[in-house]
Write a protein that binds this ligand. Sequence first.
Ligand code: THG
Length: 262
Amino acid sequence: MLIIGELINGMYANIALALKERDKKVIQSCALEQVACGADALDISCGPASKNPLIDLPWLVEVVGEVTDKPLCLDSSKPQVIAEGLKAAKNPTIINSTTADIEKLQILLPLAKQYKSKLIGIAIDSKGIPQNKDQRLELAARILEQAGQSGFALEDLYLDPIVMPVNVAQNQIRDILETIAEFKMISSPHGKTVIGLSNISQGAKNRSLINRTFLTMAVASGLDSAILDPKDKELMDTLITAELILNKNIYCDSYLEAYRKR
Ligand code: THG
Protein backbone atom coordinates (compact mmCIF):
# COMPACT_ATOMS: atom_id res chain seq x y z
CA MET A 1 0.00 0.00 0.00
CA LEU A 2 1.35 3.39 -1.00
CA ILE A 3 0.70 5.71 1.95
CA ILE A 4 0.41 9.37 0.95
CA GLY A 5 0.53 11.78 3.92
CA GLU A 6 -2.31 14.34 3.77
CA LEU A 7 -1.11 16.93 6.28
CA ILE A 8 0.65 19.47 4.03
CA ASN A 9 -2.58 21.08 2.94
CA GLY A 10 -3.58 24.74 3.24
CA MET A 11 -6.92 23.41 4.51
CA TYR A 12 -5.15 23.07 7.87
CA ALA A 13 -4.75 26.35 9.75
CA ASN A 14 -1.08 25.73 10.71
CA ILE A 15 -0.12 25.13 7.08
CA ALA A 16 -2.13 28.12 5.80
CA LEU A 17 -0.32 30.34 8.32
CA ALA A 18 3.12 28.88 7.50
CA LEU A 19 2.42 29.48 3.80
CA LYS A 20 1.46 33.09 4.44
CA GLU A 21 4.53 33.73 6.59
CA ARG A 22 6.86 31.62 4.42
CA ASP A 23 7.79 29.63 7.54
CA LYS A 24 9.86 26.74 6.15
CA LYS A 25 10.32 25.04 9.54
CA VAL A 26 6.62 24.27 10.04
CA ILE A 27 6.32 22.73 6.57
CA GLN A 28 9.56 20.76 6.84
CA SER A 29 8.78 19.32 10.26
CA CYS A 30 5.29 18.34 9.05
CA ALA A 31 6.98 16.51 6.14
CA LEU A 32 9.53 14.74 8.35
CA GLU A 33 6.99 13.73 10.99
CA GLN A 34 4.76 12.12 8.36
CA VAL A 35 7.73 10.23 6.88
CA ALA A 36 8.75 9.05 10.36
CA CYS A 37 5.19 7.74 10.87
CA GLY A 38 5.36 5.68 7.65
CA ALA A 39 4.32 7.96 4.78
CA ASP A 40 5.76 6.75 1.44
CA ALA A 41 4.79 9.98 -0.34
CA LEU A 42 3.44 13.40 0.64
CA ASP A 43 0.40 15.21 -0.71
CA ILE A 44 1.17 18.89 -1.28
CA SER A 45 -1.77 21.28 -1.50
CA CYS A 46 -1.93 25.00 -0.86
CA GLY A 47 -5.63 24.64 -0.20
CA PRO A 48 -8.58 26.84 -1.09
CA ALA A 49 -7.28 29.81 0.92
CA SER A 50 -4.20 30.40 -1.25
CA LYS A 51 -4.54 33.50 -3.39
CA ASN A 52 -1.49 32.64 -5.41
CA PRO A 53 -1.17 28.88 -5.92
CA LEU A 54 1.15 29.39 -8.93
CA ILE A 55 3.76 30.69 -6.48
CA ASP A 56 2.68 28.87 -3.30
CA LEU A 57 2.68 25.28 -4.61
CA PRO A 58 6.23 25.45 -6.09
CA TRP A 59 7.42 27.01 -2.82
CA LEU A 60 5.97 24.11 -0.80
CA VAL A 61 7.51 21.63 -3.26
CA GLU A 62 10.98 23.20 -2.96
CA VAL A 63 10.85 23.48 0.81
CA VAL A 64 9.74 19.85 1.28
CA GLY A 65 12.35 18.70 -1.28
CA GLU A 66 15.08 20.17 0.94
CA VAL A 67 14.34 17.61 3.68
CA THR A 68 13.07 14.45 1.92
CA ASP A 69 13.41 12.56 -1.37
CA LYS A 70 9.96 10.94 -1.03
CA PRO A 71 7.59 11.33 -4.00
CA LEU A 72 5.39 14.44 -3.87
CA CYS A 73 1.75 14.32 -4.83
CA LEU A 74 0.98 17.68 -6.41
CA ASP A 75 -2.60 18.42 -5.39
CA SER A 76 -4.39 21.07 -7.43
CA SER A 77 -7.40 21.21 -9.74
CA LYS A 78 -5.53 23.71 -11.95
CA PRO A 79 -3.22 22.21 -14.62
CA GLN A 80 -1.12 25.41 -14.65
CA VAL A 81 -0.44 25.06 -10.93
CA ILE A 82 0.51 21.39 -11.41
CA ALA A 83 2.89 22.43 -14.23
CA GLU A 84 4.64 24.94 -11.95
CA GLY A 85 4.90 22.30 -9.22
CA LEU A 86 6.44 19.81 -11.65
CA LYS A 87 9.03 22.38 -12.74
CA ALA A 88 10.03 23.00 -9.12
CA ALA A 89 10.22 19.34 -8.06
CA LYS A 90 13.47 17.43 -7.69
CA ASN A 91 11.55 14.55 -6.06
CA PRO A 92 9.57 11.98 -8.05
CA THR A 93 6.02 13.26 -8.57
CA ILE A 94 2.40 12.16 -8.68
CA ILE A 95 -0.04 14.53 -10.38
CA ASN A 96 -3.17 14.91 -8.22
CA SER A 97 -5.27 15.06 -10.30
CA THR A 98 -6.96 14.95 -13.66
CA THR A 99 -10.71 14.69 -14.00
CA ALA A 100 -12.30 12.60 -16.77
CA ASP A 101 -12.73 15.73 -18.93
CA ILE A 102 -11.00 15.24 -22.29
CA GLU A 103 -9.54 18.80 -22.30
CA LYS A 104 -7.89 18.18 -18.94
CA LEU A 105 -6.64 14.71 -19.85
CA GLN A 106 -5.10 16.14 -23.02
CA ILE A 107 -3.06 18.59 -20.96
CA LEU A 108 -2.15 16.40 -17.98
CA LEU A 109 -1.31 13.11 -19.73
CA PRO A 110 1.46 14.73 -21.84
CA LEU A 111 2.74 16.60 -18.75
CA ALA A 112 2.87 13.36 -16.76
CA LYS A 113 4.82 11.71 -19.58
CA GLN A 114 7.19 14.65 -19.94
CA TYR A 115 8.03 14.66 -16.21
CA LYS A 116 7.85 10.84 -15.77
CA SER A 117 5.17 11.52 -13.19
CA LYS A 118 2.48 9.17 -11.98
CA LEU A 119 -1.08 10.42 -12.41
CA ILE A 120 -4.26 10.28 -10.31
CA GLY A 121 -7.48 10.26 -12.35
CA ILE A 122 -10.62 11.13 -10.40
CA ALA A 123 -14.07 9.87 -11.32
CA ILE A 124 -15.52 13.33 -11.81
CA ASP A 125 -16.12 15.45 -14.89
CA SER A 126 -17.52 18.89 -15.54
CA LYS A 127 -21.01 17.42 -15.04
CA GLY A 128 -20.13 16.85 -11.37
CA ILE A 129 -19.68 14.03 -8.88
CA PRO A 130 -21.18 10.71 -10.04
CA GLN A 131 -24.09 9.32 -8.05
CA ASN A 132 -23.60 5.58 -8.59
CA LYS A 133 -21.15 2.84 -9.52
CA ASP A 134 -21.96 2.76 -13.24
CA GLN A 135 -21.25 6.49 -13.59
CA ARG A 136 -17.96 6.09 -11.70
CA LEU A 137 -16.90 3.19 -13.92
CA GLU A 138 -17.85 5.11 -17.07
CA LEU A 139 -15.66 8.04 -16.04
CA ALA A 140 -12.78 5.71 -15.13
CA ALA A 141 -13.14 3.99 -18.53
CA ARG A 142 -12.80 7.35 -20.26
CA ILE A 143 -9.61 8.12 -18.31
CA LEU A 144 -8.20 4.65 -19.11
CA GLU A 145 -9.06 5.04 -22.80
CA GLN A 146 -7.31 8.41 -23.07
CA ALA A 147 -4.30 7.15 -21.13
CA GLY A 148 -4.06 4.10 -23.40
CA GLN A 149 -4.33 6.22 -26.55
CA SER A 150 -1.57 8.55 -25.40
CA GLY A 151 0.77 5.67 -24.51
CA PHE A 152 0.73 6.40 -20.77
CA ALA A 153 1.67 3.29 -18.73
CA LEU A 154 -1.51 2.17 -16.94
CA GLU A 155 0.55 0.94 -13.96
CA ASP A 156 1.39 4.60 -13.32
CA LEU A 157 -2.28 5.61 -13.31
CA TYR A 158 -4.20 5.72 -10.01
CA LEU A 159 -8.00 5.81 -10.31
CA ASP A 160 -9.93 7.55 -7.53
CA PRO A 161 -13.66 6.79 -7.09
CA ILE A 162 -14.06 10.01 -5.01
CA VAL A 163 -14.99 9.19 -1.45
CA MET A 164 -18.01 11.08 -0.14
CA PRO A 165 -18.61 11.86 3.54
CA VAL A 166 -20.69 9.12 5.17
CA ASN A 167 -22.95 11.75 6.76
CA VAL A 168 -23.76 13.19 3.31
CA ALA A 169 -23.91 10.14 1.05
CA GLN A 170 -24.31 7.11 3.27
CA ASN A 171 -26.12 5.16 0.56
CA GLN A 172 -23.15 5.50 -1.82
CA ILE A 173 -20.34 4.12 0.31
CA ARG A 174 -20.94 0.48 -0.57
CA ASP A 175 -20.92 1.46 -4.27
CA ILE A 176 -17.61 3.26 -3.76
CA LEU A 177 -16.08 0.11 -2.24
CA GLU A 178 -17.35 -2.01 -5.13
CA THR A 179 -15.97 0.57 -7.57
CA ILE A 180 -12.49 0.12 -6.08
CA ALA A 181 -12.67 -3.60 -6.89
CA GLU A 182 -14.22 -3.11 -10.34
CA PHE A 183 -11.78 -0.43 -11.56
CA LYS A 184 -9.34 -3.33 -11.88
CA MET A 185 -11.68 -5.32 -14.10
CA ILE A 186 -12.14 -2.76 -16.84
CA SER A 187 -8.61 -2.70 -18.28
CA SER A 188 -5.59 -4.89 -18.79
CA PRO A 189 -2.97 -4.11 -17.61
CA HIS A 190 -5.09 -2.49 -14.95
CA GLY A 191 -4.78 0.91 -13.34
CA LYS A 192 -4.15 1.19 -9.62
CA THR A 193 -6.58 2.70 -7.10
CA VAL A 194 -6.33 5.54 -4.59
CA ILE A 195 -8.71 7.32 -2.21
CA GLY A 196 -8.71 10.46 -0.08
CA LEU A 197 -9.53 8.57 3.12
CA SER A 198 -10.42 11.44 5.48
CA ASN A 199 -13.23 12.57 3.14
CA ILE A 200 -15.32 9.70 4.58
CA SER A 201 -15.53 11.29 8.03
CA GLN A 202 -15.67 15.02 7.23
CA GLY A 203 -18.19 16.68 9.50
CA ALA A 204 -18.69 13.50 11.55
CA LYS A 205 -17.82 12.60 15.14
CA ASN A 206 -15.46 9.66 15.87
CA ARG A 207 -13.46 10.52 12.76
CA SER A 208 -10.53 8.23 13.44
CA LEU A 209 -12.80 5.22 14.06
CA ILE A 210 -14.74 5.87 10.85
CA ASN A 211 -11.51 6.35 8.89
CA ARG A 212 -9.89 3.13 10.04
CA THR A 213 -13.05 1.05 9.63
CA PHE A 214 -13.51 2.28 6.06
CA LEU A 215 -9.80 1.81 5.29
CA THR A 216 -10.02 -1.86 6.30
CA MET A 217 -12.93 -2.37 3.92
CA ALA A 218 -11.17 -0.51 1.11
CA VAL A 219 -7.98 -2.56 1.55
CA ALA A 220 -10.07 -5.73 1.37
CA SER A 221 -11.57 -4.37 -1.86
CA GLY A 222 -8.08 -4.13 -3.37
CA LEU A 223 -7.09 -0.52 -2.63
CA ASP A 224 -3.48 0.25 -3.68
CA SER A 225 -2.94 3.68 -2.16
CA ALA A 226 -4.53 6.19 0.21
CA ILE A 227 -4.09 9.84 1.09
CA LEU A 228 -4.40 9.75 4.88
CA ASP A 229 -3.10 11.04 8.21
CA PRO A 230 -0.05 8.86 8.97
CA LYS A 231 0.19 10.44 12.45
CA ASP A 232 -3.03 8.61 13.41
CA LYS A 233 -1.35 5.64 15.08
CA GLU A 234 -4.50 3.53 15.44
CA LEU A 235 -5.20 4.06 11.74
CA MET A 236 -1.68 2.96 10.79
CA ASP A 237 -1.88 -0.09 13.09
CA THR A 238 -5.22 -1.02 11.52
CA LEU A 239 -3.75 -0.72 8.03
CA ILE A 240 -0.75 -2.89 8.88
CA THR A 241 -3.05 -5.49 10.47
CA ALA A 242 -5.49 -5.47 7.52
CA GLU A 243 -2.57 -6.10 5.15
CA LEU A 244 -1.31 -8.90 7.40
CA ILE A 245 -4.70 -10.61 7.40
CA LEU A 246 -4.87 -10.29 3.61
CA ASN A 247 -1.51 -12.09 3.41
CA LYS A 248 0.39 -9.04 2.13
CA ASN A 249 2.97 -9.30 4.92
CA ILE A 250 4.42 -12.40 6.58
CA TYR A 251 3.00 -13.11 10.05
CA CYS A 252 5.19 -12.90 13.14
CA ASP A 253 4.08 -12.14 16.72
CA SER A 254 5.80 -8.76 16.61
CA TYR A 255 4.42 -7.82 13.18
CA LEU A 256 3.68 -4.20 14.14
CA GLU A 257 7.27 -3.54 15.22
CA ALA A 258 8.64 -5.57 12.32
CA TYR A 259 6.65 -3.47 9.86
CA ARG A 260 7.85 -0.20 11.36
CA LYS A 261 11.53 -1.28 11.15
CA ARG A 262 11.30 -1.88 7.40
N1 THG B 1 -8.83 12.48 -3.74
C1 THG B 1 -7.68 13.00 -4.22
N2 THG B 1 -7.02 14.00 -3.61
C2 THG B 1 -7.55 14.56 -2.49
C3 THG B 1 -8.75 14.07 -1.95
C4 THG B 1 -9.40 12.99 -2.61
N3 THG B 1 -6.90 15.59 -1.88
C5 THG B 1 -7.53 16.31 -0.80
C6 THG B 1 -8.39 15.39 0.05
N4 THG B 1 -9.25 14.60 -0.78
C7 THG B 1 -7.52 14.48 0.88
N5 THG B 1 -6.90 15.23 1.94
C8 THG B 1 -7.62 15.61 3.05
C9 THG B 1 -7.00 16.45 3.95
C10 THG B 1 -7.69 16.87 5.08
C11 THG B 1 -8.98 16.46 5.29
C12 THG B 1 -9.61 15.63 4.41
C13 THG B 1 -8.93 15.19 3.28
C14 THG B 1 -9.74 16.93 6.48
N6 THG B 1 -9.43 18.12 6.99
C15 THG B 1 -10.08 18.68 8.14
C16 THG B 1 -11.57 18.93 7.86
O1 THG B 1 -11.90 19.35 6.74
O2 THG B 1 -12.36 18.71 8.73
C17 THG B 1 -9.41 19.98 8.50
C18 THG B 1 -9.41 20.12 9.95
C19 THG B 1 -8.55 21.27 10.39
O3 THG B 1 -8.78 22.37 9.90
O4 THG B 1 -7.68 21.05 11.22
O5 THG B 1 -10.64 16.26 6.93
O6 THG B 1 -10.47 12.49 -2.21
N7 THG B 1 -7.16 12.45 -5.33
